[in-house]
Design a binder for this molecule. Structure first.
Ligand code: NAI
Length: 349
């Protein structure tokens, strides 16, 4: 808060700001009156034009831009409270998110090192895919620099909730918007939409094939966008919308709003001092029927507060429909391999 009791505009950095997601995301951030300074960074010089364009918009956020030749990550990151990372390469037709890993893991490690050095207290939102593996890269690099805070590092999975909501509404238009929890991870069968969170007992009345179609559409919705763009990129506009939605949820937490401060995100489960983490890990053991399972990462609805995650809402996994239970079990089989890939990468980085 400033001396007049107003919330100070946040300083936000977007890394990869000239890209397909970076541009519309930066537009939405510029339109947000809670953003005081918007720092745009990209290895591409076109970021200067993006910054010039946005700087004509009549909102208070002050725009600045940087490239490796102009100030670099040091200037882009210093003093930043929030860092949003849509940097890296997107999928092309026929590619899985895992195919991106080799290139994007190196980019993420480089960016995490810079964040550790120049904005060690920042809250970081990782958009670069494959999120299931890039988030562990961020975590391990930040840990190496002694600045990791599990309450403030998020893999952005909001597009999965946005898609689940959209596709469920096509068959149940009367449902309330914005309540579906999507847990697990952010690729293929690790994406577990909990449609029962809005359908409740109705879940059994909707034909199973309709439920399965909504789930499948949510899990593989990104593929149809890539196909439709025909080599012109992956989900950029819906992703920018989703990233901005999640950012606003985190800001609502900072500003201690009592509503709209809950959102699903892919997080590291190492810090058991976070309310709900040990309960979540215990519950996940029951899905695998393995008392030794130590799930290290998981996407789960979180309550955000002044200092990031306040509570992990493990209870959303307590009363699942049998179909959802099956999906969580499948996710628990696939997910460790995904995050281990990120951990393995950092061992030799
Ligand atoms: P894009 O290629 O249009 O933009 C990426 C931008 O990152 C480019 O402007 C590029 O110059 C920049 N960049 C590359 N290396 C960089 C570095 N070392 N430092 C700073 N900037 C760098 O790609 P798009 O479509 O914007 O996607 C970005 C990432 O987001 C991809 O990894 C994509 O797979 C991921 N994505 C994530 C989603 C999610 O739900 N989390 C959904 C859709 C895409």
């Amino acid at each position: 808060m400033d001396t007049e009791g107003q919330f100070k505009g946040a300083k936000v950095t977007v890394i990869g700001a000239a890209g397909g997601i970076g541009q519309p995301l930066s537009l939405m951030l510029k339109a947000n009156f809670k953003v005081g300074k918007l720092s745009l960074y990209d290895v591409s010089g076109t970021v200067s034009g993006v910054a010039m364009d946005l700087s004509h918009i009549d909102t208070p956020a002050h725009i600045e831009w940087f490239t490796p030749k102009n100030g670099g990550l040091k200037k882009a990151l210093t003093g930043s409270e929030y860092v949003l990372v849509p940097a890296g390469v997107p999928r092309k037709p026929g590619m899985s998110r895992n195919d991106l890993f080799k290139i994007n893991a190196g980019i993420c490690a480089e960016l995490a090192t810079a964040i550790a050095e120049f904005s060690p207290n920042a809250t970081t939102l990782v958009i670069s895919n494959p999120v299931n593996s890039t988030v562990p890269v961020f975590v391990e690099i930040l840990k190496r620099h002694g600045v990791f805070n599990a309450r403030k590092l998020f893999g952005v999975t909001t597009l999965d909730s946005v898609r689940a909501d959209t596709f469920l509404h096509r068959i149940k238009p009367e449902m309330k918007w914005g309540l579906i929890r999507v847990v697990g991870g952010h690729s293929g069968d690790t994406i577990v939409p909990l449609l029962s969170t809005v359908l409740g007992t109705e879940m059994n009345k909707v034909p199973r094939e309709k439920i399965q179609a909504v789930v499948h559409h949510t899990q593989y919705g990104g593929d149809e966008v890539i196909k439709a763009k025909n080599g012109g990129g992956s989900s950029t506009l819906s992703m920018a919308y989703a990233a901005n939605k999640f950012f606003c949820t985190v800001l609502n937490g900072r500003d201690q709003f009592s509503k709209d401060h809950v959102g699903c995100t892919y997080v590291c489960l190492e810090d058991e001092s976070i309310n709900g983490v040990s309960e979540l890990k215990g519950l996940l053991r029951t899905f695998k029927k393995d008392q030794n399972l130590d799930m290290k990462y998981f996407a789960i609805p979180c309550v955000f507060g002044q200092h990031g995650i306040e509570r992990v809402m493990y209870e959303c996994l307590e009363k699942l429909h049998p179909y959802e239970k099956e999906m969580v079990e499948i996710c628990c089989d696939s997910l460790p391999g995904n995050y281990e890939k990120g951990l393995e990468f950092t061992r030799t980085y």
